[in-house]
Design a protein around this ligand. Structure first.
Ligand code: NAD
Length: 480
């Protein structure tokens, strides 16, 4: 994280989340008791376990925080990073509670983390470590299809989720719903199409929805559509890569900057995201990539002129030390907590529009929800309907052509139209449709609050108001 002269005053990640929560609840009519109940993290389990590797026992520290159980199971990713700590997982668990409420997926919030540099271990070693961590959580029901369902986060992916699912199955051999104990699994291990890309796809749908509202676009001092917008992305991992790829390849946006661990690539004519990704895969970083300027101080490039800034790497990167110099009029928080509470104040004063993390990166948990439902229903989405839908469409096409030819009219449906129209929706299309609907609906619920209440200055406060209202309603319904 960038630290500057004022970093001493910077609140921790969890304090930042609490401060943003507090700003919103001041505008609500909640009893102080309920307010406190919603804010606090219910429980955090810390585990230290040993694994024999390379001829010695290595001790690892892991966490699983459960922020709110107003709905169960609780849900949230597992992060692998050396700097994982309790404050961070609790902040992330709280964000999960608010995120799930905002996008109406029926979960409470949770998050986990393991203090480890995954690049320091080979695949077989990582499997041993992951299985042992999973064992510790499973035996305490901190991984369980009905109670607590993890997913990937920074440093983890499909591979780790498959190991966790398998570990759970070994420990619950007769649980018919065992696969639903974790989401983000590979397709062959009970996953769902479109999960890997889901968070980045959600970022794309969020921006598309934002640009459907000219009033909002104007508030950010922008105009028009996504076409030609200059975007800088920080972090070309799962979220950043997919978001940048879809926005440039499908919406005509220009990725003029990519910031990674080893610096930033800048190009006024736009970067080819796929090429950069391949380069990183081959060379371990962006350094040496041709066709772009390389700036060694990556974090400084957050301050470069652009239309949209997408921090998609980690928390706290926009903080008191650099917020005043951020030029982008629109920031979409693809990472969790990239803007600290202090920086948020500075940016709001400047009129920067921020599409907040709890909404902007909710695509992952939304598609995880679809995966969980698929696992519990034991059937792929679209399997029953697809061919029936195609048959009905064919009936209609044939009838139109029959009527047209009977009247001697010179009407024929184009082959392109027919092949598109006649194709029934498969799993991927249904997942994308469900995700698109979720992102549009959630944006509209935030926006409605933003525009209808003058005291609500920003989308983040609006997002908190919507989600806290829903969590409160859920607690009240339980009689609390
Ligand atoms: P990832 O590990 O796949 O990618 C992170 C990327 O950021 C990597 O390419 C890494 O090299 C880069 N990076 C790390 N430190 C950096 C730094 N200081 N400067 C620039 N780049 C840096 O992780 P991810 O899954 O893409 O997650 C990124 C963020 O999105 C996290 O905040 C995570 O909590 C959030 N998120 C992820 C998901 C998901 O489905 N994976 C869902 C919601 C939110």
């Amino acid at each position: 994280m960038t630290v500057g002269p004022s970093a001493a005053r910077e609140p921790s990640f969890r304090e930042s989340v609490d401060m943003m929560f507090n700003r919103a609840v001041r505008l609500m009519d909640l009893s102080p008791g309920l307010e406190e109940k919603i804010r606090v993290c219910n429980a955090t389990y810390t585990v230290r376990f040993g694994v024999r590797l390379r001829g010695a026992i290595h001790t690892f520290t892991g966490y699983r925080a459960v922020h709110s159980e107003h709905m169960e199971p609780v849900k949230g990713g597992i992060r692998y990073a050396l700097n994982v700590h309790q404050d961070e997982v609790e902040a992330l668990a709280a964000l999960m509670t608010y995120k799930c409420a905002l996008v109406e997926v029926p979960y409470g919030g949770s998050k986990g983390g393991l203090c480890i540099d995954p690049r320091a271990w080979d695949e077989h070693e990582l499997e041993q470590i992951t299985r042992r961590f999973a064992y510790e959580l499973i035996k305490r029901d901190l991984i369980n299809p009905a109670q607590n369902v993890p997913a990937p986060d920074m440093g983890t992916g499909e591979r780790e989720m498959a190991w966790i699912a398998d570990q759970y199955s070994r420990m619950h051999t007769t649980d018919i719903n065992a696969k639903a104990c974790v989401t983000g699994k590979p397709l062959h291990a009970g996953g769902i199409q479109g999960r890997v890309e889901a968070t980045g796809r959600g970022v794309q749908y969020a921006l598309r929805e934002f640009f459907r509202h000219p009033d909002d676009v104007t508030k950010a001092g922008l105009s028009g559509s996504l076409e030609g917008k200059k975007i800088i992305v920080q972090g070309l991992g799962n979220v950043g890569y997919h978001a940048a790829k879809f926005l440039s390849e499908e919406d005509g946006a220009q990725i003029i900057g990519i910031i990674e661990r080893d610096g930033a690539l800048l190009s006024d004519k736009g970067l080819n995201v796929e090429d950069v990704k391949q380069w990183i895969a081959k060379n371990g970083g962006i350094t040496g990539y041709p066709d772009a300027r390389h700036h060694a101080e990556g974090a400084e490039s957050l301050e470069t002129d652009c239309d949209i800034l997408i921090p998609a790497a980690m928390e706290g990167v926009i903080n008191l030390s650099n917020a005043a110099r951020i030029k982008a009029p629109l920031i979409l928080e693809a990472a969790n907590g990239p803007i600290t509470a202090g920086a948020d104040d500075i940016l709001r004063e400047k009129g920067t529009v921020i599409i907040p993390d709890m909404y902007a990166n909710a695509g992952g948990v939304t598609v995880s929800y679809f995966e969980w439902v698929k696992n519990l229903s034991h059937i792929r989405f679209g399997r029953m309907e697809r061919r029936a839908e195609e048959a009905r469409h064919l009936l209609l096409v044939n009838e139109i052509e029959r009527i047209a030819s009977g009247r001697g009219a010179n009407i024929s449906l184009s082959d392109g139209f027919k092949s598109e129209y006649l194709r029934g929706a498969g799993e991927l299309e249904l997942v994308r449709s469900g995700l698109d609907d979720t992102m549009r609906t959630a944006y509209q619920s935030m926006r409605q609050v933003w525009h209808s209440r003058p005291e609500v200055e920003d989308l983040r406060t609006a997002a908190y108001l919507v989600s806290i209202g829903r969590v409160a309603a859920s607690y009240r319904a339980k009689g609390l």
